[in-house]
Design a protein around this ligand. Structure first.
Ligand code: ITT
Length: 198
């Protein structure tokens, strides 16, 4: 019997890492972290698409371990803002800004906007790479509406503004397992799990 698949998750975002650990639980897969992630040369997310950034990130970090590496590029897309913050979601309020700063900036951009203009989706592209080669790429998204004030203390990033209408709650108001059930990251990760199982 082969042992569980071992993957290294290349991310510095604690919110993402917690979600991946919960997503892997109960599956024949062990998610590891780089022991020294912060001291590795960083990948510059300079591309205009989630896919290019995810693939670039996975390729880059796969050169620092012999194990397969998973990296995701994800973010919030608001069509009424021309797709912003999009692949620049982590840098929307500038370098060194916090989740709260980014939420504040988004609220300012959307102030007084209609329900339609507040439609948004979270997108996640996950790339799996090993030794400088892409093995596979997965993606998914989830649609919601951006509120005019934050609600909830769970999740991370833009979650307190993101109303998931089927539940009538933001992603910051529901347990992690429930967010993972419906989220861009959770749906994409289940495709990755199915791929590994095949
Ligand atoms: P790594 O590149 O190290 O993984 P990062 O935070 O820089 O960490 P991204 O470049 O993929 O990751 O940027 C994703 C940003 O998009 C993240 O910082 C949040 O602001 C936002 N985001 C992505 N997924 C989210 C989610 O599930 N809930 C809330 N915000 C999310």
């Amino acid at each position: 019997m082969p042992g569980p698949a071992r993957l290294v998750v290349a991310s510095s975002n604690p919110g993402k890492l917690r979600e991946y650990q919960a997503l892997a639980a109960g599956h024949p897969i062990v998610l590891q972290l780089f022991p020294d992630f912060d001291s590795l040369p960083q990948f510059e997310e300079i591309y205009l698409t989630f896919a290019e950034n995810a693939a670039g990130k996975a390729l880059h970090y796969s050169r620092h371990t012999s194990l397969p590496v998973i990296a995701d590029d994800s973010g919030l897309v608001v069509p009424a803002l021309g797709g912003a913050p999009g692949p620049k979601s982590a840098r929307y309020a500038g370098a060194g800004a916090s989740d709260a700063d980014r939420v504040k900036k988004l609220l300012e951009e959307l102030r007084g906007q209609s329900r339609d203009a507040r439609s948004a989706r979270f997108v996640c592209v996950q790339a799996l790479a090993q030794a400088g080669k892409i093995i596979a790429v997965f993606s998914d998204f989830v649609e919601g509406v951006l509120l005019d004030a934050p609600r909830g203390t769970g999740g991370f990033g833009y979650d307190p503004l993101f109303l998931y209408e089927p539940l009538g709650k933001t992603f910051a108001e529901i347990p992690r397992e429930q967010k993972n059930q419906f989220s861009h990251r959770g749906k994409s990760f289940r495709k990755l799990l199915a791929f590994l199982a095949s």
